[in-house]
Design a protein around this ligand. Structure first.
Ligand SMILES: [Zn+2]
Length: 199
């Protein structure tokens, strides 16, 4: 599963970030900020199909959902929010992994240009790190488990990750070698998005 802004993978707010401002009081998403800016292109993390797009001036701004069927009725939904403008793709359009689906902006509730990326599943695929969000009828999944796996995740890969139920969430993440360690080292030390006008 590829990073949506390629190597611009600075997580400025992680999945478990607590705030009373969020539904269920945690972020349950990742924000990619710092090196992304107005107009940075956003690639689809997974192949799939556009299932929804809309504009919400209060929270999400311009946003788009891409759904990926995983077999056994499991569908992963990837959500890309605060886009600069409406995605050029239409609902129902097929999407290739890596295809540009929009550009980074700060529409909706955003203090500066960043991509708010959240991932949902319709059935539980993990025991302790997915969160049931009744309001949307799906489970939130920590994208950091999957981002940087440079291939489309398969059901077998998902099961490999979830198999060891004795690990804590953090330990389980860190068992995925290499790519995640440098990222986690940055989480919590990066600044929040800085407000500035489009160039
Ligand atoms: Zn966010």
């Amino acid at each position: 599963m590829i990073w949506p802004c390629g190597s611009l993978a600075d997580v400025t707010r992680g999945f478990w970030f607590p705030s009373d401002g969020y539904y269920l009081k945690k972020h349950y998403a990742v924000d990619l900020g710092k090196r992304v800016t107005w107009g940075t292109r956003i690639a689809s993390c997974l192949p799939g199909k556009v299932s929804y797009k809309a504009y919400d001036p209060v929270y999400s701004g311009h946003y788009i959902y891409v759904d990926t069927p995983m077999g056994d009725g499991i569908v992963i939904r990837c959500c890309y929010r605060h886009l600069l403008e409406s995605s050029p793709l239409k609902v129902g359009a097929p999407v290739a992994q890596g295809q540009i689906i929009g550009r980074v902006g700060a529409t909706g509730d955003a203090q500066g240009p960043h991509l708010h990326f959240d991932m949902w599943v319709n059935k539980p695929i993990r025991d302790d790190s997915i969160i049931w969000k009744a309001r949307v009828g799906r489970y939130a999944v920590d994208p950091l488990i999957y981002l940087g796996q440079e291939v489309c995740v398969t059901k077998a890969e998902v099961e490999k990750i979830v198999r060891d139920t004795t690990l804590t969430h953090d330990a389980r993440v860190k068992t995925i070698p290499g790519w995640i360690d440098a990222l986690l080292a940055n989480v919590g030390t990066l600044n929040e998005h800085t407000k500035h006008p489009p160039a």
